[in-house]
Design a protein around this ligand. Structure first.
Ligand SMILES: [Zn+2]
Length: 234
């Protein structure tokens, strides 16, 4: 009969272990960590996208402005070669204006190229982070899948273990079960075995009369730790 009590103890320890594993899986701390990372990266990507948009708008504005300046320059050139302006002073003034316009175009072109370069840099950075976000997304999916599988296995194991426990409890006499569970209220393992007359639960010497009574088939408690003591190999 004590053999069944030992089995019951093994089953119950196993149930406890699996319940704890299930708890860890339910918590999903590892997945939460990746989800936080994912959120951060997505936020950063959004920020970079708006910067990219800003640069794009700015370079477009500069481009339009340069076009306007070039049109004005064309008009000026036409005027200059049309022969409309006859006086030297007028011509000099126009040439001076054209020169200034040319400088202006150059300066705006420089600024536009600068914006385009910045935009390209952001694009490159954006590409890296988009890839990172994709990798993290894949990792999250992988972990969720793993979690689902592990949970299913654990739940199935727990179902079987609980059934085994009920079956074994049906075999064990009520009095023994009550004793077992009353000890279990204070100790995770209510069962101990004697080896060389030493209790495996508390490592204290067992009195010879207890050993003799166990030998006769009695159910005995260790006087020290109050566990049910059995002699292994029976
Ligand atoms: Zn003991």
């Amino acid at each position: 009969m004590v053999k069944y009590l030992f089995e019951l103890q093994e089953i119950e320890i196993n149930i406890l272990k699996k319940e704890k594993e299930l708890e860890v899986i339910e918590k999903a701390d590892d997945i939460k960590k990746y989800i936080i990372q994912d959120k951060k990266i997505r936020k950063y990507i959004e920020k970079m996208k708006s910067v990219q948009k800003k640069y794009k708008t700015e370079s477009k504005l500069l481009e339009d402005h340069i076009k306007e300046l070039e049109n004005t320059k064309e008009d000026m050139k036409k005027k200059l070669y049309s022969g409309e302006i006859k006086d030297t002073k007028g011509l000099e003034l126009l040439i001076e204006k054209e020169k200034r316009l040319e400088e202006s175009i150059e300066a705006y072109t420089g600024r536009m190229l600068d914006r385009i370069e910045s935009q390209e840099k952001v694009e490159e950075e954006l590409g890296k982070y988009v890839k990172k976000a994709k990798d993290i997304g894949a990792r999250i999916n992988e972990l969720l899948k793993e979690r689902k599988n592990k949970k299913e296995i654990l739940e199935k194991d727990l179902y079987n273990l609980n059934r085994e426990r009920e079956e074994i409890k049906r075999i064990i006499p009520k009095g023994n079960l009550e004793l077992y569970y009353s000890i279990k209220e204070k100790k995770v393992k209510p069962m101990a075995y004697a080896k060389n007359d030493i209790c495996s639960g508390c490592h204290m010497d067992l009195p010879i009369e207890i050993i003799e009574r166990i030998d006769k088939g009695n159910m005995e408690l260790c006087p020290n730790c109050r566990r049910i003591v059995v002699i292994l190999g029976e």
